[in-house]
Design a protein around this ligand. Structure first.
Ligand code: FAD
Ligand code: DLZ
Ligand code: SF4
Length: 518
């Protein structure tokens, strides 16, 4: 089949970029773009209603933009009576209706769908061209070559390569701007008066976008079909167009970037976003280009509007962490998702869905997640993530929770962060040690503990913070597994000096607490 045949060009819900690979070289006279809202994608996990509404509204706006640009779009709505409910069903229907003789698509972001798409040539009986998703800065093959022969795949090493490749924050002599690659030691300020004084009423809020009629129609549909999923649909004020996402980026650069670094790890229930960008949902869906976002941050530094520790930290999250986790995902799947290094098998506690717990930190993170389909990195890693690690929750259930509840969640980014970083289920592919921490960490970096029913200063006994005895219980349970890891040597040494009766008390408290969870 030659390239001259009319093509059906598939654009998925997280491929909303005018220059996405499948749309390149489009023939406006003959080719058709297919976009489809399908039940299979909306329910393979019970996505947060805000996430579904964000994607459907952004898809509808993107289709309208393409049409305004002269592109023929076949847009299938979820409530179209003939909607088959699956992507391959919609591809089949579109092929039959349009007379297109070949399919052009862009690599998707999840292994389950990738496997399905690789079966399409045989299933559909037409040539299928699946193009590399070059919206990412690092090609899968490049990452594979980088990983080849390395004993450890640390993000920091990868990040330096990405700095060199992009030239971001690089001085003329090929050295990193400011003489260092990483300024993280400056980025660990706890909540303090300076943080609270960021604006008249605390840190500046993120911009809100009123739903237009297109988005309102989506909200009605989502309420009707997915209102029973975990999460509040309303108020809905995320951007759903490129122009509004760019306005959200501009507001971040002007209002919050300068303090992003200092308060990156801070948590305070009074302020949901603090100085974080809240841009991941836009970047992941294709409304914002990751390199352009980084260049905007770099410009703010060069123009003296934001300090280096903030800008370097922000850029590292995007060209470092974001690209690195994607590389790991495609390098290690499908076996990666099946690993369970710590043998964690406990069921996910109900409070991950209800928020009903006396642990103030978890109650707030779950509440924020329910309201916004958002929580910032340290909340995900060091509150809900650390709890799941310490309590030995089955990684599969934890992964499903994270994939469902955040508006930015797709498996390529969710899985390595949860499975690898938070749960250490991969046995150290990503992290050099488990991110296990007692309540002391949360107390240092947040204002949660002051309002908590538990006492963070107590390790065991009545009223003690569960993170404390679960931490020591975790170390006892995994002492043998972790004994070869020098990075966890200090706490293991402390544990070895612990009196038997203290160990016993910790074990007793942990067992009682964990039993009550089920
Ligand atoms: P900021 O703090 O402002 O950071 C700027 C940008 O850097 C983000 O928008 C994002 O694009 C990128 N970024 C930062 N950290 C990471 C990271 N660790 N991995 C990848 N990109 C990063 N991020 C997702 O996009 N989708 C997920 O499903 C997801 N699941 C996570 C699960 C766990 C357990 C953990 C610990 C982290 C997860 N992250 C995920 C990473 C990170 O928490 C979010 O990217 C970030 O909180 C998004 O908020 P923000 O846009 O305000 O980010
Ligand atoms: C997440 C999502 C949802 C909720 N719905 C759709 C949809 O109806 N149609 C679609 O094309 N894409 C959707 N998506 C995004 C896909 O799940 C995503 O493209 C894959 O998970 C691969 O990243
Ligand atoms: Fe969380 Fe423990 Fe602090 Fe309560 S005391 S908020 S459970 S860390």
């Amino acid at each position: 089949m030659s390239c001259d045949e009319p093509a059906l060009r598939l654009v998925l819900g997280d491929q909303l970029t005018p220059g996405v690979a499948a749309l390149r070289d489009i023939d406006r006279e003959r080719d058709i773009v297919l976009m489809a809202e399908v039940m299979a994608e909306a329910t393979y996990v019970p996505h947060h209603p805000k996430k579904i509404a964000f994607l459907f509204a952004a898809m509808r706006h993107f289709a309208a933009e393409l049409e305004a640009d002269g592109v023929v779009v076949r847009y299938v709505r979820l409530d179209d009576p003939d909607n088959s409910g699956t992507l391959d069903g919609e591809v089949e229907r579109a092929l039959a209706a349009s007379g297109a003789r070949r399919l052009v698509a862009t690599q998707c972001g999840e292994y389950r769908l990738d496997r399905e798409m690789r079966g399409w040539p045989e299933r559909l009986g037409i040539p299928v061209e699946i193009r590399e998703d070059d919206r990412f800065l690092c090609a899968r093959a490049w990452f594979r070559d980088w990983a080849e022969g390395r004993k450890v795949l640390r993000m920091e090493h990868f990040y330096r390569e990405m700095r060199r490749a992009t030239g971001l924050l690089m001085a003329a002599d090929g050295k990193p701007e400011g003489g260092q690659w990483n300024f993280d030691h400056d980025n660990r300020k706890p909540p303090d008066a300076e943080m609270a004084a960021g604006g008249l009423f605390g840190p500046p809020t993120v911009p809100r976008f009123d739903p237009d009629t297109t988005t309102q129609a989506v909200l009605g549909l989502v309420e009707d079909r997915f209102g029973h999923h975990f999460g509040d649909l309303l108020p809905f004020d995320y951007a759903v167009t490129r122009a509004d996402a760019e306005a959200a980026l501009d507001a971040f650069i002007v209002d919050r970037l300068a303090r992003f670094g200092d308060y990156q790890d801070a948590m305070a229930p009074e302020w949901d976003h603090l100085y974080h960008s809240v841009l991941s949902l836009y970047i992941n869906a294709g409304l914002l280009d990751p390199l352009a976002v980084c260049r905007a941050a770099e410009r703010a530094y060069l123009e003296g509007q934001a300090p280096l520790n903030a800008v370097e930290g922000f850029i590292r999250q995007i060209i470092g962490w974001r690209e690195y986790v994607r590389g790991i995902y495609w390098l290690k799947m499908p076996d990666y998702a099946e690993t369970n290094f710590l043998g964690a098998e406990r069921d996910l506690p109900a409070f991950y869905w209800t928020g009903e717990t006396e642990m103030a930190c978890i109650a707030h993170v779950v509440d924020e997640t329910r309201r916004l389909a958002y929580a910032h990195h340290i909340q995900r890693l060091m509150v809900t993530g650390t709890f799941a690690l310490l309590a030995g929750i089955d990684p599969r259930q934890v992964n499903e929770w994270y994939l469902s509840v955040y508006a930015d969640a797709y498996e390529w980014v969710e899985l390595p962060n949860t499975h690898g970083m938070a749960l250490y289920a991969d046995g150290g592919v990503m992290a050099s040690k488990p991110y296990a921490a007692s309540g002391k960490y949360i107390d240092r970096m947040s204002t949660y503990c002051g309002a908590c029913a538990y006492d963070v200063s107590k390790r065991e006994g009545a009223g003690a913070c569960p993170f404390n005895y679960l931490y020591w219980d975790f170390l006892m349970r995994n002492e043998e597994r972790l004994s070869g890891n020098p990075r966890i040597g200090m706490p293991l040494k402390t544990l070895s000096r612990m009196k038997p009766e203290t160990r016993q008390a910790i074990r007793r408290d942990a067992a009682r607490f964990l039993e009550a969870l089920t």
